[in-house]
Design a protein around this ligand. Sequence first.
Ligand code: NAP
Length: 441
Amino acid sequence: MSDRYLALAQSPLGRQFFSALNLPAPPRLARELQAYGPQPLAGKTALVAGVPQARHRTTLEAALRGAGASLSGDKPALLLFDASGATGPAELKPLYAFFHERLAGLPGGTHVVVIGRAPASCDSAAEAAAAGALSGFVKSLAKEIGRKGATANLVTVADGAEAWLGGALRFLLSGHAAFVTGQTLPLTPPARSLKPGDCSRPLDGKTALVTGAARGIGAAIARSLAREGAHVIGVDRPQEEAALQGTLAAFDGKPLLLDVTAADAGERIAEAAGQLDLVVHNAGVTRDKLLRNMPEHFWDMVLGINLEAIVRINEQLLAGALAPQARMVCISSIGGIAGNAGQTNYAATKSGVISYVAALAAEVGKRGMAINAVAPGFIETQMTASIPPANRFFGRRMSALLQGGLPEDIAEAVTFLGAAPLSGGVNGVTLRVCGQNWLGA
Ligand code: NAP
């Protein structure tokens, strides 16, 4: 469903009107929907600064050059600050100074990344205080610059995970992450000694399966994975056959008509797909009612599709259908983080997904695999088109970027988390893709 407020705000006449009335105008986001290629940051200028003891500056600069960014030039649109060596809060003053002097003339669409240590891995409480301060700083900065279509995110780097900074930057500093802001991405070393591979076509030759692929977010995920070189198998219910065929025809994907709640769904997937490198659990439904009015079958249906099916299918696939370095990505929701009246069933499944990926990460990590989740905010799909108009208005506007996201925004995050060369240092994480929606923030 189109967002008329956004369309008006971005029209030439609307811009004057919004500015005269001082109305919040949703910015145009510079999304990147083309393949990563070897140099996704080509044509962009980056500026790197840090605290005196910054640990990763050399790696950052090498990664930026490798991704095609220039490290000299006017009006840099990529701002990086390495705060990883701060041993106490007093050492964060350069962080203030660096951004304070750049915000007045900040170019629209600027991407900010701050680098820190995970507070839990710091050597002293004072160091943890400094590391923890970065989260509040980045969340607030993201809210200050969102109206310009600019983003700010924090990457924490555990000891031994430095090699994975390059892939994270290709995502967070490019238009692939245009709707990701105010978030923390933790990088940890994989349990098996994986090395970052070729980031330019990160899913080349891989086989990926996406559930709920006929339309909406699942269809966008299938397209994005195929664009990066994956052979895609799309799953949906038998009644969606025509829509599924239509989605997959564009890139020669293979349809698999299947209800994910079938007791043998995982086995049927394994039979049809052979060995899988990537599994995306996207199929999901809502059946909203206040709990006191909720019929039992609403509870059973939502729990069955959104959560029980994921656990059951993974158990069956983990018995032998996954490649040695397979990755799994589940779709959660910010509804699972914030909760919503009328969504006890849905929010239970989506918070369940967050705990599930965190709990399973260590076990699959030991086998060289990884599992992560994406928590979408308000995304323009058939699911949100059925929300009452007033709720829809606030769902879109109550975010740093003042707008809902597109299915492609979720697809880009799933592609990043599903591609080991880009996100090999990410495991057990739920990444919010919500334009920094205020719900549960
Ligand atoms: P959608 O437009 O309703 O698409 C979901 C797809 O999943 C449909 O093709 C649906 O088929 C399929 N599906 C449902 N039950 C299935 C089953 N038992 N077996 C196989 N396929 C099944 O939804 P969406 O908005 O793209 O959402 C995709 C995911 O993102 C969901 O997990 C949702 O909870 C999550 N999410 C969405 C938003 C948002 O704003 N849209 C926000 C947060 C999270 P049918 O049409 O036959 O049901």
